[in-house]
Write a protein that binds this ligand. Structure first.
Ligand code: UFG
Length: 332
């Protein structure tokens, strides 16, 4: 069987880390990316990191002809579908763009898979599909809901895949629900240049970096009146290297068993914003000034993963703790 794996959005943050993990595991990853939120020199850096030329197609999933040409050029064992817009606040301001890009891209990808007989797909989903879950840690069986257009695009993506499975029982589909990815490959080579970031950083870790670099005066802590030990929001941060390894295990499970699965990728442990500030300040050796501001609309108090199923189905366990996640996020 071919060992080529198509990575849509493979030049992006999680895609590039997964590229390295897949190459290390003996697969041949092939990137398809429109570089809307990626560096053009990422393929060269991936070649440097893996010691092999990087196969990369600059292509937009919405361009059906170009997509078909990529599928004609390679025989893929599976697809890992990362390519999507991902900023919650941005999605509230531009819902149509998110539906068009995230749902439209998936629709075209599924069509290309059908036309070219590719039957395995790993889908980048998100813990956002759990909405404001009263059950913590959250098992995969928890009720699903969407509270913003980005979340809806992920939820509908999962549902589309469910219907593809009904029509094609032979397909093997992996739905990976990411919690909060942070960190960077230890080489530092996979850091996205701020000037190439088209989506403004809304997440905690990039903002902590901005404060440490002095480009942001202080961190605004969104709410200190949540029902958590210190009142600030708690999340399940997972090192991107652990996350990348989760994709390798998911692909191996699809290829070896041809069985579908839905799993959480998290550590199972929640940290508050104040704990993150403290850990990051320690990692970068600089103070992180902050101020308390009102809650951000749409935020939940807690969100962390029940990791039992990921261990059972994939044998997945995380290796990295908070100190390493912060140390590996810090770039001078
Ligand atoms: N936070 C701050 N200040 C900031 C940024 C974030 O206090 O400047 C807080 C948030 O209120 C939250 C925590 O830090 O308590 C983490 O916030 P992020 O924006 O980093 O992450 P979210 O948990 O809100 O969202 C992330 C992804 C979503 C995904 C979701 C799944 O960005 O795409 O996790 O749980 F849907």
């Amino acid at each position: 069987m071919t060992d080529k794996i198509l990575l849509t959005g493979g030049a992006g943050y999680i895609g590039a880390h997964t590229y390295v993990a897949l190459a290390k595991a003996g697969f041949t990853p092939v990137i398809l990316d429109n570089f809307s939120n990626a560096d053009h020199d990422t393929p060269a850096r991936l070649a440097q990191l893996t010691g092999k030329a990087c196969l990369c197609h600059e292509c937009d999933l919405l361009d059906q002809k170009a997509l078909d040409d990529v599928f004609k050029a390679h025989d893929f064992a599976a697809v890992v579908h990362f390519a999507a817009y991902k900023a919650v606040g941005d999605s509230v301001a531009r819902p149509q763009a998110y539906f068009n890009n995230n749902m439209g891209g998936l629709i075209n990808l599924l069509g290309a898979m059908e036309n070219h007989g590719v039957t395995r797909i790993v889908f980048s989903s998100s813990a956002t599909v759990y909405g404001d879950s009263p059950v913590q840690p959250i098992p995969e069986t928890a009720p699903l809901s969407a509270t913003n257009p980005y979340g809806l695009s992920k939820l509908v993506g999962e549902q589309m895949l469910g219907q593809m499975q009904v029509a094609h029982p032979e397909w093997a589909i992996s739905i990976l629900r990411y919690f909060n990815p942070v960190g960077l490959h230890k080489s530092g080579l996979l850091r996205l240049s701020p000037e190439n970031t088209t989506q403004p950083p809304e997440n905690l870790m990039p903002r902590l970096l901005e404060v440490a670099h002095g480009t942001r005066k202080q961190l605004s802590v969104f709410g200190n009146d949540y029902d958590t030990p210190d009142g600030t929001g708690m999340r399940d941060y997972i090192h991107v290297e652990d996350l990348a390894r989760g994709h390798v295990l998911a692909l191996e499970a699809l290829i070896n068993t041809d069985q579908s699965h839905t799993v959480n990728l998290g550590t199972g442990r929640g940290y508050s914003v104040l704990e993150m500030i403290e850990a990051f300040a320690k990692a970068c050796g600089r103070p992180i000034p902050y101020e308390m501001v009102p809650r951000r609309a749409g935020d939940v108090a807690r969100c962390y993963a029940d990791v039992t199923h990921a261990k059972e189905v994939l044998g997945f366990e995380t290796k990295y703790g908070l100190a390493e996640m912060c140390a590996d996020s810090w770039v001078e």
